[in-house]
Design a protein around this ligand. Structure first.
Ligand code: BG6
Length: 507
């Protein structure tokens, strides 16, 4: 790996502490960091290098997946320096440039600079511009910009942001993090059918009945109401994480494909999804918001009673949708997607349901046979299981499901941020969100955003601790399907009344 200076904006923040430092430490232990490596942390607080290093050490003891070894931690943090930076003060970037160059000279390394923006999205543009104007971006080696989500608030703002960033960094230099793409099981999707001819042969509408992508969380809005109440599940999870999962599941890759090929194939998927019309969004999208309920036996508040949430808010904490990819491989296969807060359990999974032999009714049959399923669990479990039917020795002529475990060794599983930071240091853009697909995702989602804003579809309330509104189940039932692995309801979802559409006076 080439020698690198990592320049981290937001070095005193929560993401750095919980994810970035532990990821770097684990890469260091596995000897996956460049041999000559310098990190310069930036923040508004007046910290010394020593105090910064002590904070990093503390975060490793608290958050590293590997127990932090004191001696190794000490040698790891030696590469860390700190500089005070006020994002809008141009002179602070000049001071930073001096420090970066001093460290490059000390280590005798070329000016390969990775700028990591672990800051709010409102700071992306001024930082990129100041990097450019101060000379920090004029390197003899390479430069890269790593940014976190959200990338825009809608189609227009995403386009504006991209245009402005592209004045300082080229598309090849921009690494947009979507941490779902770093999840080990998502990374394995790419190779699953690529290196298994059996899977490759089955990866199409001839054999697959439907695909279900779920990201359910038990947490509510927590302390993030000021952000979440303007964003909702559609922007927070659906436009990015969920559509990325769909793309990664649906792409058909040739053997030994390049990062460019992956980008092109993902773009093709997004271009092939049948578009929605604002007026008819309600036919394939369900909008929900949690009412009060209970999770693991504990009563929890309704979304509207959460601290910082606007009175009469129509914000979505749940969204389910049916998407159709209109191409040769996937025409006719529904992709059902759902994500919500305050759901019954935390589970992020993809279920691929295979077709049953022709002439047989859908679902469980009297002889016990069930559809073949490929189940990819991403969180909290990480596993891949193929469910097939075998004859039941106890009951002649009947079948019972058997499970074939395709899971990787648990030991091998790195955290998402380890995978992503490693790839960014390496210059491998495969598992980052490319502009084309980000733009196409916003374009696809835009009619949903408009329909939500104009209240063109109902806001269904669901009790906290359920699987979301009953309408989400009905959407699948109408096509003879059901969400796999939902446990029977212990709360009566139908007893919660929907929010009348006229609540905001828009209809
Ligand atoms: C983040 C969202 O991007 O993803 C959060 O902003 C959400 O609201 C989180 O809780 C979920 O990530 P994970 O990895 O826990 O499924």
């Amino acid at each position: 790996m080439e020698p690198t200076s990592l320049i981290l904006f937001g070095a005193t923040g929560d993401l750095a502490k919980r994810k970035i430092y532990p990821a770097l430490y684990n890469l260091y232990i596995e000897q996956k960091l460049p041999e000559s490596f310098s990190l310069i942390g930036l923040g508004r607080r007046e910290w010394s290098d020593e105090f910064f290093q002590a904070q990093v050490e503390k975060s490793l003891h608290e958050f590293s997946r590997r127990q932090a070894d004191p001696a190794r931690v000490k040698s790891f943090v030696k590469a860390f320096r700190y500089s005070v930076l006020n994002i809008s003060h141009k002179e602070d970037y000049i001071t930073l440039l001096d420090l970066v160059q001093k460290r490059e000279a000390e280590l005798s390394i070329p000016s390969n600079r990775l700028f990591y923006l672990s800051v709010g999205p409102e700071f992306f543009e001024p930082i990129a511009q100041n990097i450019q104007e101060s000379g920090l971006g004029s390197t003899e080696g390479w430069k890269r910009l790593v940014i976190e989500k959200p990338f825009g608030h809608d189609l227009q703002s995403a386009r504006d942001l991209n245009r402005n960033l592209s004045e300082s960094f080229t598309e090849e230099e921009i690494y947009r993090i979507d941490h779902y793409l770093g999840k080990p099981m998502v990374q394995r999707l790419e190779t699953l059918h690529q290196s298994n001819p059996i899977m490759k042969a089955l990866w199409n509408n001839r054999y697959i009945s439907n695909v279900q992508i779920t990201a359910n969380e038990t947490v509510g809005v927590e302390e993030r109401a000021s952000y979440y109440d303007h964003v909702g599940a559609v922007r927070d999870m659906f436009q990015n994480h969920m559509l990325q999962l769909l793309m990664m599941m649906a792409i058909q890759l040739p053997h030994n494909s390049t990062p460019e090929k992956v980008g092109l194939k993902k773009k093709h998927i997004m271009e092939s999804i049948l578009p929605l019309q604002k007026q008819t969004v309600g036919a394939s999208v369900i909008r929900g918001q949690y009412a009060e309920g209970s999770i693991q036996g504990k009563p929890v508040n309704a979304y509207t009673a959460e601290l910082g949430v606007a009175e009469n808010t129509m914000n979505d904490t749940f969204i389910a949708a049916k998407l159709q990819i209109d191409d040769f491989f996937w025409r006719g296969v529904p992709f059902y997607i759902r994500t919500g807060k305050r759901m019954k359990e935390k589970s992020t999974r993809i279920v691929i349901e295979f077709k049953e032999p022709s002439g047989q009714a859908h679902g469980v049959k009297s002889n016990g046979s069930k559809p073949n399923l490929l189940v990819i669990e991403m969180s909290p479990d990480q596993s891949m299981t193929l469910q097939l039917n075998a004859s039941d020795p106890q009951n002649k002529g009947d079948f019972k499901p058997v499970h074939i475990d395709l899971s990787p060794d648990r030991e091998d599983l790195a955290e998402a941020y380890e995978n992503l930071i490693h790839d960014a240091l390496h210059g491998d853009p495969t598992f980052f969100a490319h502009w084309d697909e980000v733009e196409l995702s916003w374009a696809w989602v835009q009619p949903i955003l408009d329909a939500f804003t104009e209240n063109l579809l109902p806001l269904h309330l669901y009790p906290a601790g359920s699987y979301g509104p009953a309408e989400s189940d009905a959407m699948l039932a109408a096509e003879g399907h059901h969400w796999w692995f939902d446990e029977p309801a212990d709360q009566d979802v139908s007893s919660v009344t929907d929010v009348p559409l006229a609540v905001n006076g828009n209809l």
